[in-house]
Design a protein around this ligand. Sequence first.
Ligand code: SF4
Ligand code: SF4
Length: 289
Amino acid sequence: MDIVVASGKGGVGKSTFTGSLISLLQEYGIAAVDADAEAPNLHIVFDVKEWEQEKEFTAAKTAIINDSCIQCGLCDNVCIYEAIYVEEGKHKIKQYLCEGCGACKAVCPVDAIEIRDTISGWIRIASTRYGPLVSAELDVGKPNSGKLVTEEKNIAKEWVKQGKAKHIIVDAAAGIGCQVIASFSGANRAILIAEPTPSSLSDLQRVYWLTQHFRIEPFLVINKYGINPGYDGIERFARENGVEILGRIPYDSSVPKSLAAMKPLVEYAPDSPASREIKKIAEIVAGWL
Ligand code: SF4
Ligand code: SF4
């Protein structure tokens, strides 16, 4: 099984849930993929202190001005990202603003600009108590990358081929961008996390349609259940679209404490109301494996 845990919205408790789910299912041989490269945090939940492997990921390009520049200023005129500036009479490039579009190179009269590959982020691997983990982190200002997530998933698939794991669980990024689309690639099932608020419903609808587009069977988990009494938008959406609700996890003050302790919630507070509900959901997911 290749299961993706996704939410259209950030901050709904996706990684807290995923960390606990993986810890409960560890006996089934789970390869964990943290595909939220802008804000990876599964390694925090799993208390990873050091990485066994780390490799640079280069997907972005940036411009470099070399010594043959005659300071004509044409490049500055065409850069819509305002990445070019003048300091002490010399044209320079703010690397974090440069998108590598090449417009400056095209207009430079003396071929003083090179477009080079640049490090976008890092892919990291660790062995955890819960199984192998592949994680990634984007460098500051670098764009979301579906390619980065695809590389992570390929590593996890290789672990499955080698017998190091039997199933893959992906903690997807928030939203419905290319990182999330790459997370869904090849997946069998998606567990969508939502909280009972109108804004979460709006994001749930978007990520739900993504699952429909890619023909992935969606399931729903409602987190922080009970924080908005009287609101039934999420349940109504599930009913109208025939999406099975796997569980309703109540708001639980143990959650931030478990994060501070760097432990999956179900280990930190196994008898808390949220842990009890996550365990019921894990039993259902175990039936898929
Ligand atoms: S490559 Fe594009 S974004 Fe970068 S400095 Fe040149 S024009 Fe600006
Ligand atoms: S266009 Fe070329 S020569 Fe002119 S300022 Fe830019 S880098 Fe220098």
